[in-house]
Design a protein around this ligand. Sequence first.
Ligand code: SIN
Length: 538
Amino acid sequence: MSYDVIVVGSGLSGLYGALQAARHGSVLLLTKANLEESNTYHAQGGIAVALTAADSPELHFRDTMIAGAGLCDPRAVRVLVEEGPRRVRDLIERGVPFDRVDGQIAFTREGAHSQARVLHAGGDATGRSIEETIAEQVRSSPRITIRQNALAHDLIQDRRRVVGVRALDCTTGVSEAFYAPAVVLATGGAGRLFSQTTNPGVATGGGIALAYRAGAEIADLEFVQFHPTALAVPGAPRFLISEAVRGEGGILRNAAGERFMTTVDPRAELAPRDVVARAIALETRRSPGNQVYLDVTHLDANHFRHRFPTISAVCEKYGIDVGRDLIPVAPAAHYLMGGIKTGRWGETSLPGLYACGECACTGVHGANRLASNSLLETIVFSGRVMQRLFEDAGEENERRPDGTDQTDLLPDIRIVVEPPRRWEAPSRSIDALRDLTWSLAGLDRDADGLRALERISSAWQAQDAGSATREDAELSSLTILARLLALAGLSREESRGAHFRTDFPEPNPDLRRHIVLVNGLPSTGDRSESIRASVGGS
Ligand code: SIN
């Protein structure tokens, strides 16, 4: 079965990219669950873009660069902030029902933004509103073939060139091959690597593992953003309590009822996420009962319920009345800044393979993503991939005359990853892996923990039995990602952005560079060969 392009993943990158591609040719959209289940669907805060009179792409550029802690690629950030307004206007024209006040789009403010520039929809149901609107258009496009429950488990390669995808039909257990001159991975992030995460079950890093096995470069995998405020009710999932709640006046208090963020950072609750998340973790350890709270009781309760209907309903489900009670919160893994290394047109290091959205590392987030830049990235860069594929877009002008877009980063550190080792390891399961990753490579890391994670994940990778079921495939991907994260985290002997090493608590100017990982034994496109090679080499 052959198409003009295969898109893997159905978050906003996949859906929006598929719609753009369908203007020019035939598209196969593969998604391992149902069409709407994605990180996008669960996004609350919104989509950041410079659209108000007080704002400008330049201000958005500056905020993004500062949040990225010295590792953003200014040329990619420039693309994001300058093409963002056009793409968001396209969403508005496509009928996404962004919230309005007196007929005008409403903008909110989130941490580390100098302006109120975050559009939202359905109050705190921004992702759902966008995903549903765009998914409907994808469903009605005659040029897009949708295969749900189809899990891409191998890239098909002709030498290095990617020419297709092998996908497991999760309902029948049968694997099928699909061919196209271009494969676009839009498979999202890997929050499920951690036992504490705001991400849904589908966020298992499959596209990144797929690309890695085929030999693509993977970058910045040590940078995982921990959201400061996930609901912390024993036994309940870590449901996201949007940063927009703090943007609209929510205050963090310790168990004694004291506001503590004012003593940590002048930006208080709206400091960058890594700062707030670590402050909460510290305060939690210090507080009696080991608990920190988000207080919204001083806000107008009716307005709050209207502005944050999903959050209010979930709190209520757990017996928390947002008008009267404090909301217990804790940090949780939320977003992966790293991923498949791409250029500014989504091109990877493998011909025929493109990536966009959370599975890609375009350079726009650096060491720490600015809140609500991720939905913007999905539409800007998936749009660019399709522009490159179908409109033969030329190379952009690389340098601005004032030189502000030149990167002054040091050369990448390139790690060629050795075959996994067969060592004694505790028995292998997704839950065990998630617990280990949370405790050994969570908010605080050190060499001992990262080494232990690398050792165990390497042993588990050597035991990999393939992708006969969705669970096997997800365990396999998560194991690869845990190992790559550990290797990158070990090499980054400093603290920068979201990566905090207790044994190297300061940034090191010599590490203003990316860590790029490549598989020492790339697959030739056939999974069984890749496993044989790994085991044989161990
Ligand atoms: C949030 O609503 O706090 C999440 C927004 C984001 O991750 O950018």
